[in-house]
Design a protein around this ligand. Structure first.
Ligand SMILES: NC(=O)C1=CN([C@@H]2O[C@H](COP(=O)(O)OP(=O)(O)OC[C@H]3O[C@@H](n4cnc5c(N)ncnc54)[C@H](OP(=O)(O)O)[C@@H]3O)[C@@H](O)[C@H]2O)C=CC1
Ligand SMILES: CCCCCC(=O)/C=C/[C@@H]1[C@@H](C/C=C\CCCC(=O)O)[C@@H](O)C[C@H]1O
Length: 804
């Protein structure tokens, strides 16, 4: 770096042209070159001049004084001179004073000029600073440009060098290029010649190839033919050898057979002889057998006739001895107990008879006389339609309706005492009159549990209300029922939501006893299954009733008509046979296994020769299921992992799954189903009491009320069918890859089979009781809830099932 003073150009700091590249300027300002400086200098000079004048004057006066003393004598002469000089001095003083004033004026002028110059100087200094900045920027740019320039210069130099080198190399290359071009042209010429030759050769080659292919084809054909011939030859050789062997064997066998044949021929001849002898004997025996059979049949017919006659006579004797009287083909019984017409009608039905129906005048007279001229109730009434009189046609004894002729007393029927709906044969007049049927009847008051308010979550006592209702008198074709067993079933929880309104009597089935009957199909004392709900009594016609099997054994509890030999048993049977189509040797899983349905499912599957795995929620239930013959049972509430327990119970998976529980349980089972497995979706009890909406259920049923959505996570299957764990019980993948069939069902689908199915269930049950069946015959949990006329059970506390 170099520092330079600037030349006369005061406002320097300007960058010079390119001579200054790389040099930094420093400009030092010189005071004397400013206007103010000049003025100051002038003033200084003026002062010096004045000082010099004063000094000159004092020197002059010293000289004059000296001269005065030395030339006192000239004093007077020179006074004049001095005066002159003084005047001259005065004049010059004045002149100097003038000059000073002028100088002062000029000084002021100069000061002004200096100030102006100072202002201009400041302006210029600013401009100079700006210029300096711009200069610096430009310097930087220039430096960058310089650097780039240097780089480019270097690059250019290198390129120049390379260019020079290339130029040097190019020349020999040009030479060799020229040489090569020549050679190439020559080669091109020879290439063209060669190409022509090659094309000719190619043509020849193609021709040869075709010929070769034809030859190869013929060769292959020949080779194949040869191989086939070889194979045939080998086969034939083998066959020949086998035939040779067979021939030898057959020859041997033939010889042996010939020997046996000869032996057998001999034996046959002997047998033929004995056959003829025996045939003769048989024919003789057949003849005597036929004769004997005929004699036996005649004897049997005689015996049967005699037996019938004896039985008939016995029956008549019995009837007669118990007060019955025969007239023509009918029997009559006279009850002397005092009863209303309705009670008498009941009494007749209990005796397997009916109130008397008069078919003829003769019969009417017989009754009158035989009864000792009593008033006799007749089976004649207008209880069904007021004013329309009809004979009861119970058909109990196979009789037809009475004839149209009646023997009304004059003026009858007259409904004299309001409500005269039945008829009596007068003891006096042998004529018929009408009277009230219910003189002594009592109205039945039924107790019924109603749904007080819809269930929220688990049902509680306050959801129910017990109320009494007076029942109407049963009419023709109707019966009065008294509850014996009531059923509390899981379906009541969801169905009450959709089928019932608050205040309705609770839905449900019951085993009931017929205690009054005007319907011969349901005589008093018989038991029926009725869907009349939770009530102690009910009046209904037979259409809604299912008779308990007529030959129901005494040692089987009637409560099973609501369990193993009722709707739950039928559900189990249909789920296994119709939906699962279960086969011998298959493995079945059933949950809620100790319940009414589940316990029968497992037992039927065992009877069918299957392997049965069951889950239940208490250890007592687990023991019970083991007693029933289940192969593997575990308490799903206490196992560490449901998934592992299921796998341990059936390592090869499940062919059939009887689903009673739903929800998470089924999500865990799906991955363990075997290929072509079947799933009978019977129920989903784990969801019935849900209150909070849960996510992940497949879909809510159409009504949206039967269940609430749930969360479910399908565990990642061992099979690796799903690589990612999924949320929600998405069963599709399992169903597709394992080709599963999953079918929901309701027991009523197979209603047409109910009677025969109940008989099958009863047969299995009887086998168990009598010990005649297989080791695993049917046993069933039965209901403990009994209803009596006096009181109703607590539906919440007693809603459990126990086992036989
Ligand atoms: N589709 C149809 O036609 C029919 C379907 N069903 C259905 O069959 C299933 C069983 O009925 P049924 O045998 O009469 O019932 P039960 O009342 O005899 O037994 C039900 C059992 O289910 C189990 N259970 C109850 N709550 C849950 C729960 N939250 N999670 C898991 N298990 C539970 C209990 O056993 P544990 O202590 O072992 O857990 C309970 O004892 C029900 O889902 C029902 O709706 C019934 C009849 C007909
Ligand atoms: C999501 C609910 C599933 C319930 C499954 C279940 O337990 C079904 C049981 C029925 C039961 C229904 C009873 C009374 C309803 C009457 C319906 C009507 O239409 O009248 C009974 O019918 C036998 C089982 O199939």
């Amino acid at each position: 770096m170099q520092t330079m003073d600037i030349d006369k150009d005061t406002y320097a700091n300007k960058p010079r042209k390119k001579d200054y590249i790389g040099v930094t300027f420093s400009a030092n300002f010189q005071w004397w070159k400013r206007p103010s400086g000049v003025a100051a200098v002038c003033l200084g000079l003026l002062c010096v001049l004045l000082l010099a004048g004063i000094i000159g004057l004092s020197v002059y006066y010293n000289r004059i004084i000296g001269h005065y003393y030395s030339a006192e004598r000239f004093q007077t002469s020179s006074l004049n001179n001095l005066t002159k000089e003084r005047d001259q001095l005065k004049t010059s003083y004045n002149t100097l004073t003038k000059e000073r004033d002028e100088l002062q004026t000029r000084y002021n002028t100069l000061t002004k000029e200096r100030d102006q110059l100072q202002t201009r100087y400041n302006t210029l200094t600013k401009e100079s600073d700006q210029l300096q900045n711009r200069y610096n920027n430009l310097t930087k740019e220039r430096d960058q440009l310089q650097t780039r320039y240097n780089t480019l210069t270097k690059g250019r130099d290198q390129l120049q060098t390379r260019y020079n080198n290339l130029t040097k190399e190019r020349d020999p290359l040009q030479n060799s290029y020229n040489t090569l071009t020549k050679e190439r042209d020559q080669l091109q010429t020879s290439y063209n010649n060669q190409t022509k030759e090659r094309d000719q050769l190619q043509t020849r080659y193609n021709t040869l190839t075709k010929e070769k292919d034809q030859l190869r084809t013929s060769s292959n054909t020949l080779t194949k033919e040869r191989d086939q011939l070889q194979t045939s030859s080998n086969t034939l050789t083998k066959e020949r050898d086998q035939l040779q062997t067979s021939y030898h064997t057959l020859t041997k066998e033939k010889d042996q057979l010939q020997t046996s044949y000869n032996t057998l021929t001999k034996e046959r001849d002997q047998l033929q002889t004995s056959y003829h002898t025996l045939t003769k004997e048989k024919d003789q025996l057949q003849t005597s057998y036929n004769t004997l059979t005929k004699e036996r049949d005649q004897l049997q017919t005689g015996y049967n006739t005699l037996t019938k006659e004896r039985d008939h006579l016995k029956e008549e004797l019995n009837k007669q001895s118990s007060g019955w009287q025969k007239f023509e083909s009918s029997w009559y019984y006279l009850s002397t107990e005092k009863k209303s017409w309705t009670e008498s009608r009941q009494d007749c039905l209990k005796r397997g008879a009916h109130l008397v129906i008069i078919n003829s005048k003769k019969e009417q007279e017989f009754i009158h006389e035989w009864s000792g001229c009593l008033d006799i109730y007749l089976g004649f009434h207008d209880t069904n339609t007021e004013g329309v009189w009809e004979w009861i046609n119970d058909g109990a004894l196979g009789q037809s309706s009475a004839p149209g002729t009646t023997y009304w007393r004059d003026g009858e029927p007259n409904d004299a005492d309001q409500g005269e709906d039945c008829a009596q044969l007068s003891k006096k007049s042998l004529q018929i009159y009408c009277l009230r049927p219910e003189e002594q009847s009592t109205m039945v008051v039924s107790k019924a549990w109603t749904l007080h308010q819809h269930f929220q979550g688990f049902p509680k006592a306050s959801d129910f209300h017990l109320r009494e209702e007076t029942l109407p008198q049963p009419r023709d074709g109707q019966v009065l029922l008294e509850a014996v067993f009531l059923s509390v079933d899981p379906y009541m929880r969801p169905y009450s939501q959709t089928m019932m309104k608050e205040g309705d009597v609770m839905i449900g089935s019951q085993v009931a006893k017929v205690i009054q009957s005007y319907n011969p199909s349901f005589p008093v004392g018989c038991h029926v299954v009725s869907d009349c709900g939770w009530r102690s009594h009910w009046v209904c016609d037979g259409a809604e009733l299912t008779p308990v099997l007529p030959d129901w054994p005494q040692d089987i509890p009637l409560s099973l008509a609501l369990g193993a030999i009722g709707m739950p048993g039928l559900t189990a049977l249909y789920g296994l046979e119709e939906v699962c189509e279960i086969k011998k040797g298959e493995t079945l899983l059933v949950n809620a296994a100790a319940g009414a349905v589940g316990s029968v499912v497992g037992q039927i599957a065992k009877i069918k020769g299957c392997r049965v795995v069951g889950c239940a929620g208490t250890d007592t239930k687990v023991s019970y299921l083991k007693q029933l013959g289940f192969d593997q049972v575990f308490n799903y509430k206490t196992v560490t992992s449901l998934e592992e327990s299921l796998r341990e119970a059936a390592p090869h998976g499940y062919d059939c799954y009887f689903e009673n529980v739903g929800g998470k349980f089924s999500s865990v089972v799906m991955p363990q189903m075997r290929e072509y497995g079947r799933i009978a979706v019977c129920g989903s009890i784990s969801m019935y009491n849900d209150t909070t909406p849960q996510t992940g259920i497949l879909s809510t049923p159409q009504t949206g009320k039967l269940s609430t959505p749930q969360t479910g996570i399908l565990s990642t299957p061992q099979t690796g069918l799903l690589s990612t764990p999924q949320t929600g019980p998405y069963v599709h993948t399992y169903m597709i890859f394992k080709q599963l069939r999953m079918e929901g069902f309701l027991c009523a689908r197979w209603k047409h089979k109910h009677q025969q199915s109940l008989r099958r269930l009863m047969a299995w049950m009887t086998e168990h009781i009598t010990g005649t069946g297989p080791t695993t015959s049917l046993r069933g949990p039965h209901l403990v809830i009994t209803a009596t006329v006096s009181g109703m059970p607590d539906p919440v506390k007693t809603g459990t099932r126990t086992h036989t």
